[in-house]
Design a protein around this ligand. Structure first.
Ligand code: 9MR
Ligand code: 9MR
Length: 616
């Protein structure tokens, strides 16, 4: 039985209580003094931002709960800031290290909300952020005792999912032939606010959790996710909870692989859908289906067990196949010591997938049917590199090493920023994490690439008013910008681990500070954490805004964040042309371009929160 530990029980109860409070209390008004709403680590950086028109420095004071001044200084005038659209001043009070509660900053005639200086800011966040994955599991009932309270419990969604391929006429009039088989693809995580399950996005999300596990294991310290530490049905099985959660998705990914000998007609080489696609027959055995999802978009809200739509598989793609190859290889090395039979199954799946992708290198995700997201990508050199890297690490085999070395991504001067369609750096990070026969010179090149990107992020941080280490080219904020910030923070954390240079850890703090409130909206983009947390995600079950009988999000859920570049939903359309990039965001469940949640966004939150917690 989980929860026989009194300490765990207490924390679950407290969590439930604090969420009741959160549910009934309205947001406090935004404060002009912006900082991380969880507070500050005693030994860490301490930065705040205040918009103010003054062109000369302002005096600031830090007072304690009794109103006594504890330290003082003057602001740095940053000036006009394009990302926020404000004229801002920056406050740095890193020299103040005394733990306590109820501190405030007084500056430019404003008084901040109270804040804490304390250890362990991210202790709870790392568990909450991981619990997101449990709560979005398909096929099993979500139980109150694991979900943090009865309001988040729900019956199983899509408990038995046996699906065949989408067939018939697509949006451009092409006739898709379907496929010869139906597959049992039960399980895994729902992707996001919708109930699709996508192999491409499943890949990076799973990789991120498995990479965290691998790093924790190599650090040789006790894992914060040791069996029973997280709230999961698998507690007590003797396996690390992070691995239990990862396995849930891994099993699903394995099910998406086609049987040997599968022959299919697909539009080989076509990079986008258009009338007149030409289909040819391929040996698709070992490829992975791109996704399984609803045949039509369902309206919000829609608890998954009430989803009335038919579920359909989409044809295999090269990208999905390489995602499967990469994470199945990672699985092969992760479970070698934990469950050798499972590790073997993963290795076989990875090798089959890689061979299938080499045989069919240009099958893109272009089947244009409604009901699910596209996750289309026609640049696959990075997927090939990532898969080769993971397979090389698993097997040491020359064939994979040859492919790896032949890739333009191997030893690139700069490790490219990563996201679901850009995965090269996942391979590089794995090569820097897992043991292999790579030479010291090879490893030094890979390290230099990571450090170069981290340095670019430091420079970005110094260029933006709110000091977030993120400055997208052109200035526009993309869909899921908060995940870009956190993926960048992972690279900064890695640079810190590789060099020991404190500057990089400070910048990881800058990234989480931004996500937790040091931003022009004075918003914590993480539910249940901070004074003004996100409450109304685009999610079909945590849709309290749309139906008061449904719950608010549980704590630890990350909003996609400001999006100034694809303002397609009705809420965003209202804002279009009226917001600076960092302010193109509304806490509204109807906004899937600004306020959706997703597995590939919460995964780097788990990674970064855990890293900060372990390096405080
Ligand atoms: O609700 C959908 C959301 O989960 C997806 O991320 C998003 C991405 O395309 O699309 C949303 O669905 C909308 C669809 O795209 C267009 N018609 C209205 C749908 C409203 O939910
Ligand atoms: O994260 C994806 C983003 O990069 C794309 O611009 C966007 C539109 O194609 O789709 C996002 O992914 C959504 C997916 O298609 C469906 N499930 C929800 C995802 C997050 O909004």
């Amino acid at each position: 039985m989980p929860f026989t530990f009194p300490a765990l029980f207490l924390s679950a109860a407290m969590l439930a209580l604090s969420s009741v409070a959160a549910a009934s209390a309205a947001d406090p008004p935004p404060s002009p003094v912006r900082f991380n709403q969880l507070g500050f680590e005693p030994g860490g950086t301490k930065r705040a931002v205040v918009p103010h028109p003054a062109t000369t420095p302002l005096a600031w004071r830090l007072i304690d709960a009794a109103g006594r001044e504890r330290t003082r200084g003057v602001t740095r005038v940053f000036g006009r800031d394009a990302a926020s659209g404000e004229h801002v001043h920056q406050i740095d009070f890193g020299v103040f290290r005394v733990p306590g509660d109820g501190y405030r900053l007084i500056v430019g005639g404003a008084r901040s909300r109270p804040f804490a200086v304390r250890e362990g800011l991210y202790g709870r966040l790392k568990y909450d952020a991981l619990n997101f994955f449990y709560q979005n599991r398909a096929a099993v009932p979500i139980e109150a005792r694991f979900a943090g309270g009865a309001r988040w419990a729900r019956p199983a969604g899509h408990p038995q999912e046996v699906a065949g391929c989408v067939a018939g006429r697509d949006a451009h009039g092409n006739e898709w032939p379907g496929c010869p088989h139906r597959l049992d693809v039960t399980g895994g995580w729902y992707d996001a606010g919708d109930h699709g399950k996508y192999v491409v996005n499943g890949g990076i999300s799973l990789w991120t959790l498995l990479n965290l596990n691998e790093r924790l294991a190599r650090a040789g310290r006790a894992s914060p996710f040791a069996d029973g530490r997280a709230r999961l049905p698998e507690a007590g099985n003797g396996v690390d909870d992070l691995l239990d959660e990862a396995r849930w998705q891994t099993e699903f990914m394995l099910r998406m692989q086609t049987p040997d000998g599968t022959r299919l007609r697909v539009p080989v080489g076509a990079e986008r859908s258009a009338p007149g696609l030409r289909f040819s027959e391929i040996d698709a055995g070992g490829m992975a289906h791109h996704k399984v999802a609803d045949e039509k978009w369902t309206a919000l809200p829609m608890p998954p067990h009430l989803d009335p739509e038919r579920r359909v598989l989409f044809p295999p793609t090269t990208a999905a196949t390489l995602n499967l190859a990469a994470v199945a290889a990672q699985c092969g090395r992760t479970w070698r010591a934990v469950d050798p039979a499972f590790a073997d199954r993963c290795r076989r799946a990875a090798e089959r997938a890689y061979a299938a992708a080499k045989r069919n290198p240009t099958v893109y995700a272009i089947a244009d049917f409604p009901g699910s997201g596209g996750y289309g990508d026609d640049e696959l050199s990075d997927e090939f590199y990532w898969a080769a890297a993971e397979l090389y690490l698993l097997t040491g085999d020359r064939r994979y090493e040859r492919d790896l070395r032949a890739s333009p991504h191997f030893g690139a001067d700069r490790a490219a920023e990563f996201a679901w369609p850009a995965v090269a750096t996942l391979g590089t990070i794995s090569l820097l994490t897992a043991p292999s026969a790579l030479s010291a010179a090879d490893l030094a090149r890979l390290r230099a690439g990571v450090v170069a990107t981290a340095d670019a992020r430091l420079a970005d941080r110094d260029r933006v008013g709110y000091m977030v280490p993120y400055a997208p080219r052109g200035g526009g904020y993309p869909w899921g910008s908060n995940s870009s910030v956190l993926n960048g923070a992972m690279l900064l954390a890695l640079a810190h681990d590789l060099t020991g240079n404190r500057r990089y850890r400070d910048a990881v703090t800058d990234a989480i500070d931004y996500v937790l409130g040091r931003n022009p909206l004075d918003r914590s983009y993480i539910s249940g954490h901070g004074a003004r947390p996100m409450r109304n995600p685009h999610h079909r079950f945590w849709a309290n805004q749309l139906d008061p009988k449904l719950p608010l999000p549980p704590p630890g859920v990350l909003s996609g964040g400001p999006n100034s570049t694809s303002m397609g939903d009705p809420v965003a359309a209202e804002l279009k042309g009226k917001c600076a990039p960092q302010t193109c965001w509304v806490d509204d469940a109807r906004s899937y371009t600004m306020n959706e949640v997703a597995i590939n966004w919460n995964a780097p939150l788990v990674w970064v929160a855990t890293w900060l917690d372990g390096t405080g």
